[in-house]
Ligand binder design. Sequence first.
Ligand SMILES: [Cu+2]
Length: 378
Amino acid sequence: MTVLIIVLCIILITIVLVQIGKVTELTAQIKGEREVMRDSSKWNGYLSVGFLVVFLLAVFISAWEYKNQMLGYGPHTSASEHGASLDSLFDVTLIFTGIVFVLTHIALFWFAYKYRWSENRKAEFISHDNRLEVVWTAIPAVVMTLLVVRGLDTWNTAMADVAPGEDFIEIEATAQQFNWIIRYPGPDGKLGTRDYKLTTSNNQVGQDFTDRKNWDDVLVGQEMYLPVGKKVRVRIIAKDVLHNFYLPQFRVKMDAVPGMPTYFVFTPVKTTAEYRNELRKYPEYNEPYDPADPTGPKRWEKFEYELACAELCGKGHYSMKRILRVVSQEEFDAWYKKEPSYYVSQIRGKDDDPNKGKILDIDPAEVPAAVPVEEPAK
Ligand SMILES: [Cu+2]
């Protein structure tokens, strides 16, 4: 049925177009070819200018309307240290490209109107103009050089690894279809070694449990926490296909590549509560979070930093999200202390524990929820 309607529509549209063509031809015969040309050029010129005005207005009005929803503007200034320099780089690029965008569009449509067909005008042939060519080569060259040099400088700062002796916390994000496995190093501050060959359904990142650095490592649930003002180094790993570790509010984005570990270092500077307070100042975030419940919480109250996968990695791609809470050091410590060691809570003493039967000197104060040390096997 749908196919029939579509075919009928196509036939009807073709008939209408043919009829319009015939009518135009007939008018041309009555009024004379030249007059029709003059009329249609004039109208095309007016429509060009009309389009220019509507188009530029739509661009500026929509940018103004949505400015508080876009990263980098309104409440969405960067929540990380390096993010501010990225934002300003985007702003500078936008200023230059914005000027060129407006000027070239005005020229495009205005010239279409100004130089519309006229029987009194003859086209002029200009082979070339040295002065003009120097100008339109030199100006873009200088601007591009400035942008690229500044971009490289910002890139080097944003992508820098931690310096030796620096204080930071290292976590690990392993991507797989379709979730993130986030590992924290535990009280020793060191992530245990891993080997993909050790991967099982119970040991999803292939932790080597004979390495004592693994004994206190924590695999966190849906919510992950980070302390404000502390440098974080994220090791990024993929188990199957390409994924991407994306924290939009922190301007953190890095591919997770199978077989090639990557990393990103950043320092959160705004807690979740501070970000909410920023949002609170804007009317669009004072609207109800759920339109069906007008008296319910406002949009700013429900705001959370989100870890997303920014690489279309399969049909469950959308479900690769996690909530990130940035809190004070004290709140972070309180949360971290409660997170159980994965080894102690899930592996220790079970069949897949390589240390089964051995006495381990796991200090119960160091490892929360520690199970009693077992007696050696007879
Ligand atoms: Cu993904």
